[in-house]
Design a protein around this ligand. Structure first.
Ligand code: ATR
Length: 277
């Protein structure tokens, strides 16, 4: 019998039943004929350090980290990438062969790759971006938009002080706009991003006035359940290019899968179908 180890990975969150990541990695493991496993793990904050230690001892290659542990897990890592420290959160852990625990954040990468794949004409330098929301997801989006050269980011959040916090962390390319004035951002925005949970199944709709939206603007929503949010539907009717949020989930997983399992997976219609199944 071969003594080659079967690679093990997974996702840790609390709760975890809703996570689509096991479907995604499971699909890629199958299509690449890799005899590995990707396991969902429901772990409380109290148990997180012990679980991470145990997974390392068990020879796991890595794990994804999701809500509510993305910030706290940074304290357990030996090495943190620049992008994860800038965002203040990690979504990917790598158990390195030298025993060190490496924390990374690939959410911003996934966000940009989704736009590049599904709006190939998107030019981040074409004009300011308008970001709705100022939570953890907004941090990843803002860091990645700044990295690809967006000239200015206007940010509106219900709780203004959170947007101001982002402005002081990310610097003077950010401008805070009142939540009730969020519609005013649309006149100048070349890129519009909803990072709030509004529009998600079971949540109220996002009701920002879109009248001023530029025809060529690229509009994207991090919400992917439903795929077609009110924001995307209305923006599409106004002649904007729209990109749904599912691709961000798929693309953020690519670097981790490649690192853990040694194959770069594809993001295509079959991948989307596997995750939606
Ligand atoms: P995540 O890490 O997914 O971004 P979060 O940190 O809880 O999650 O942030 C959720 C975002 O949705 C926040 O911008 C939040 O606004 P507040 O900072 O004011 O809480 C926004 N959000 C959630 N429910 C909202 C609502 N009913 N109206 C407006 N914004 C809402």
């Amino acid at each position: 019998m071969s003594d080659k180890k079967i690679p093990l990975a997974g996702v840790i969150g609390h709760p975890i039943a809703h996570s689509r990541s096991p479907h995604l990695h499971g699909h890629w493991l199958k299509t690449h004929y890799i005899p590995g496993y990707y396991i969902p793990m429901d772990v409380t904050a109290d148990d997180l350090p012990d679980v991470i230690r145990t997974l390392r001892k068990m020879g796991f290659v890595g794990v994804n980290i999701t809500v509510p542990h993305k910030e706290k897990v940074m304290e357990l890592a030996d090495l943190v990438t620049d992008r994860a420290s800038l965002i203040g959160a990690a979504n990917t852990l790598i158990f390195r062969r030298d025993g060190k625990l490496h924390a990374d954040n690939t959410d911003g990468y996934g966000f940009i790759q989704n736009l590049r794949q599904n709006a190939p004409t998107w030019n981040p330098k074409a004009g300011p971006a308008a970001v709705l929301g100022a939570g953890g997801a907004a941090r990843a989006v803002i860091a990645s938009l700044l990295e690809v050269g967006v000239p200015e980011i206007m940010i509106a959040n219900r709780t203004r002080v959170r947007a101001e916090g982002l402005q002081s962390d990310f610097g003077n390319r950010l401008r805070v706009v009142d939540w009730v004035q969020a519609g005013n951002m649309m006149d100048v925005a070349a890129t519009v991003v909803n990072t709030t949970s509004l529009g998600m199944v079971g949540k109220p709709e996002l009701r920002v006035p879109l009248d001023g939206l530029r025809k060529g603007a690229v509009v994207t929503d991090l919400v992917y359940a439903p795929l077609q949010t009110r924001l995307l539907r209305e923006a599409g009717e106004m002649g904007c290019v729209t990109v749904d949020g599912l691709g961000m989930l798929l693309h953020q997983a690519v670097p981790a899968f490649e690192r853990w399992f040694g194959h770069r997976p594809e993001v295509d219609d079959a991948t989307r179908a596997a995750v939606l199944a």
